[in-house]
Design a protein around this ligand. Structure first.
Ligand SMILES: [Zn+2]
Length: 222
């Protein structure tokens, strides 16, 4: 884990804003957030170092990328009731893809073990993945295993939603980019057939969530 400690120290040295880390009572990882130019990161007591590195990379993105990408909240406006949580999931899954790619690059040995373990954990629960949220995390774990570790031994994915999530995520460029983030969030939304996400560029980029958008209005994928 020396390489992970070294990577965390290296990311910290690149951050301009102060960082407040706190151990939370939550069982699961809480997203990091930044306010008033301070990064606030909380994580459970027994969290692994790679999760801490993950949150520091989000913090670095917060300083270097447009706020619409890195704020931790999707740049949506007038979201119909009930859809905001789902957009948030799509948004964070795509951002985590790019963060975890950097972890795999910075600490390849530790990341290999971490990604393999995650893949096997998700493979064991794939039959129980019923909600879009479950299917997203399974598709993400499979895409990371295939792309970051170069593995080709993934069995046929029978669940069509998970297969499509896998195909969308594996095509997302690993370099963070707001346009690509929008395209991927919209593509993930289209899998579960509830709404589409259109962007509107005025003084700043805003996304609109449009339930059951007719195909004629859909922005074509690049
Ligand atoms: Zn994350």
């Amino acid at each position: 884990m020396d390489s992970v400690n070294k990577a965390i120290a290296d990311i910290k040295s690149q951050l301009q804003w102060p960082v407040e880390c706190k151990i939370s009572d939550l069982e699961n990882q809480a997203p990091s957030w930044s306010l008033s130019y301070t990064h606030r990161i909380s994580y459970p007591k027994n969290t692994c170092l790679l999760d801490i590195l993950h949150e520091h990379l989000h913090a670095l993105d917060r300083e270097r990328l447009p706020a619409q990408y890195s704020d931790g909240i999707p740049p949506i406006d007038n979201c119909p009731w009930g859809f905001e949580v789902r957009v948030n999931y799509y948004f964070n899954v795509v951002r985590d893809w790019t963060v975890n790619f950097r972890i795999a690059t910075l600490c390849p040995d530790s990341a290999r073990e971490w990604i393999e373990q995650d893949y096997h954990d998700k493979l064991n629960i794939i039959q129980q993945a019923r909600t879009p949220e479950d299917k997203l995390i399974v598709g993400l774990a499979f895409a990371e295993y295939a792309k970051f570790l170069g593995k080709s031994d993934i069995p046929t994915i029978e669940d069509k939603d998970i297969q499509r999530v896998f195909e969308v995520i594996i095509d997302v460029p690993t370099e963070p980019n707001l346009d690509e983030l929008h395209i991927a969030v919209d593509a993930l939304a289209s899998i579960f057939d509830e709404f589409r996400v259109q962007k509107c560029i005025g003084t700043k980029e805003i996304w609109y969530v449009i339930p059951n958008l007719s195909p004629a209005c859909v922005q074509p994928k690049k």
